[in-house]
Design a protein around this ligand. Sequence first.
Ligand code: HEC
Ligand code: HEC
Ligand code: HEC
Ligand code: HEC
Length: 332
Amino acid sequence: MHFKLLLVVSLGVAWSCFATTTTGQLNRCDPTKVVTVEACAKCHGQAVMGWRQTPHFQTFEKLHRNPRAKEIVKKLGLKGSIKRNDVCIGCHYTVQKQGDRLRAVSGISCESCHGAARDWVNGHSDYGGPTATKAAETEAHRANRIAKAIENGMNNPKNLYSIARGCLTCHTVPNEKLVNIGGHQAGSDFELVAWSQGTIRHNFLRTDGKSNARSSQERLRVMFVVGLMADLELSTRATAKATSKSTYGVTSAQRAAKVATKLYEIQQKIKNSHLQNALEAFAQAELRVGNAKQLNQIANEIMKWGNQFATQTNGAKLGAIDGLLPTPDKYR
Ligand code: HEC
Ligand code: HEC
Ligand code: HEC
Ligand code: HEC
């Protein structure tokens, strides 16, 4: 398969805590719906403790003191405090509306990845009233509970695509000026398995609630492909935002093409119809400046197939890609 790499942003703030939408719009993590980590701690204490050890948490204490951060702000000609800066808060902080003010209340938090929770936090764990138990919950109630939470903005790990696209919306750094002038990298070596199974891993529900389970090999296979599909979507979107043939645009387009090549290699091994559809959509893409409409349409297609892949693929059937997955020594 051959990809048209003809080139390779906008200043607008991409608020980076999204609910998955069918249109592919990047919804901001609505500050009016943010309930903060305090609202999760009561029941997910272990996850909160783990989170406090991650760079996502620590950026809140460290970023505004970091000389590099001050230098970036200066280069971009921005004024005022980093925690109030429209550009930086989109990716480095969780913002809550308090009265008529927007305030950065923490670093990248539970809700940055799982969605602003006001409308789903009560329902997502309600087995059917205060005395109901998980064991006694009917299958229909469970399915309905999860579907409702997702409808109300939850990025549920049952659909890894919904979470992966959040990671990549920050980690592809889709901001032309921040890359070209500020010096952020347009896309790093982010890869979902390696980057989610190290310091940020917090799988306590599957165990006695005390130990942090590594995801099964079956799940990691799905996660690996899903991470690359979300990367393809978001790198294509990032390319769509390029306004000139400069570092940002070129790097974003190269990233998209490289990910597509990797996915093509995977497809040779797994022959999956959803992945096939995503690759066929991408094969039409002309990665050049001034082609936002086509590129965003293609990104929407990739998103559609990525969601289906994530929710319908049985990892037990993906053994053929085991050799491609990052090994535990690569986990961050
Ligand atoms: C009242 C206790 C409680 C609170 C508060 C709470 N949760 Fe949960 N959460 C649970 C329980 C119980 C489950 C397991 C539900 C199940 O069995 O499907 C869960 C499941 C989850 C899941 C995994 C869903 C899945 O199906 O795998 C995520 C993600 C999650 N919660 C995030 C959060 C976040 C973020 C907050 C804070 C905004 C939060 N929760 C607040 C009790 C709570
Ligand atoms: C589009 C998302 C995005 C925006 C907006 C953004 N950053 Fe970042 N920033 C990142 C990511 C992602 C990393 C981590 C890069 C990595 O590890 O690959 C990062 C890393 C950094 C680092 C390096 C941190 C360290 O510990 O060395 C600094 C400094 C920084 N950003 C400053 C800023 C400042 C200042 C602003 C506002 C002008 C800003 N960033 C806006 C995504 C963003
Ligand atoms: C709201 C934006 C945002 C989201 C969503 C996000 N990240 Fe990050 N992430 C960042 C920023 C910014 C940094 C750098 C923080 C710093 O060093 O100041 C970072 C740092 C990291 C690091 C540490 C990198 C290193 O150099 O070791 C890992 C690992 C990571 N992110 C993984 C993930 C994964 C996996 C997801 C999704 C499941 C994710 N991130 C979602 C913004 C985000
Ligand atoms: C950087 C993004 C990110 C952040 C921040 C984050 N999560 Fe998660 N969360 C994930 C991912 C990815 C998974 C699925 C991981 C896997 O399957 O290995 C997950 C899974 C979960 C689960 C299900 C785990 C299980 O045992 O099955 C719960 C519950 C959860 N998160 C709650 C939280 C809470 C509470 C916070 C805040 C303290 C939080 N998450 C912060 C990305 C994130």
